[in-house]
Design a protein around this ligand. Structure first.
Ligand SMILES: Cc1cc2nc3c(=O)[nH]c(=O)nc-3n(C[C@H](O)[C@H](O)[C@H](O)COP(=O)(O)O)c2cc1C
Length: 233
């Protein structure tokens, strides 16, 4: 049994809130895992060429190719993304868009698997967490937990954070803000967020080892999907 963890942040692992939360969830599952950062990877969005329609294998040639087998072989996913413009960032979006390759004919490679969705934002990470949950649903993957926290917006380290009128520091603390280590948000300093990540990992581990039935999960997710589509028309 194996879990695939994906951090969709382009920032260095040491400063990425997404990376920290994905790692915390993975460590608490008690199950073998692999944690891959998308940082530096070149992954384009789906171009709707339908090259995958016959065999569920994407024919685009970029860094997504090396990840395909890992996605297929994993029993569950822990995926995190930063909040960019109240959405998940483009890199994680492109990565998840390319899961279209699994949605043809039988298309049940991913059905009934389990996932944890993680989001981090300069204000909050709920939007990307919700977006990842929606991507999971399209593959009939159940989101067993969502974790969202506040990370350090780049405005704290860009060099203009104290004087910039449109940056996060002034937005949160007003014009006279002095940037110190204490005010820079960090998910590890948010006990409730870290506790949520620990619990999400434990829950995912328990669900996987406690008679996980992919058929039942698939049926539940298909119903959820139908309800979502009906409510949106
Ligand atoms: C292009 C861009 C857009 C952003 N938009 C938002 C936003 O709309 N809301 C928000 O809360 N944070 C926003 N942020 C801040 C990031 O979400 C924040 O830096 C977060 O910590 C990134 O996660 P990471 O630390 O794992 O890279 C934005 C950052 C960038 C670079």
């Amino acid at each position: 049994m194996k879990i695939l963890g994906i951090s969709g942040s382009s920032r260095k692992e040491e400063i990425s809130g997404v990376y920290k939360l994905v790692q915390t969830v993975l460590e608490n599952t008690g199950i073998e895992y692999e944690h891959i950062s998308l940082r530096g990877k070149k992954i384009g969005g789906c171009i709707a060429c339908l090259g995958c329609a016959k065999d569920n294998i994407c024919k685009l040639s970029d860094d997504m190719s090396e990840l395909r087998d890992k996605i297929v072989n994993a029993d569950a996913y822990v995926i995190g993304a930063p909040n960019y413009y109240s959405m998940l960032n483009a890199l994680t979006h492109a990565f998840m868009e390319r899961w279209f390759q699994f949605r043809h004919q039988e298309g049940d490679t991913l059905w009934g698997k389990l996932g944890v969705a993680i989001g981090v934002g300069g204000m909050d990470g709920i939007f990307p967490a919700n977006d990842i949950e929606k991507f999971f649903l399209y593959s009939f993957i159940e989101t067993v937990a969502k974790v969202n926290g506040q990370g350090a917006a780049s405005c704290y380290s860009c060099g203009y954070g104290e004087t910039c009128g449109v940056g996060v520091p002034q937005m949160l603390y007003g014009k006279d803000i002095k940037i110190t280590a204490e005010i820079i948000p960090d998910v590890s300093k948010q006990p409730e967020v870290m506790a949520k990540a620990v619990n999400a990992g434990k829950l995912l581990g328990n669900r996987l080892t406690d008679g996980h039935n992919r058929k039942v999960v698939t049926q539940n997710m298909q119903q959820k999907m139908m309800a979502m589509l009906k409510s949106s028309v």
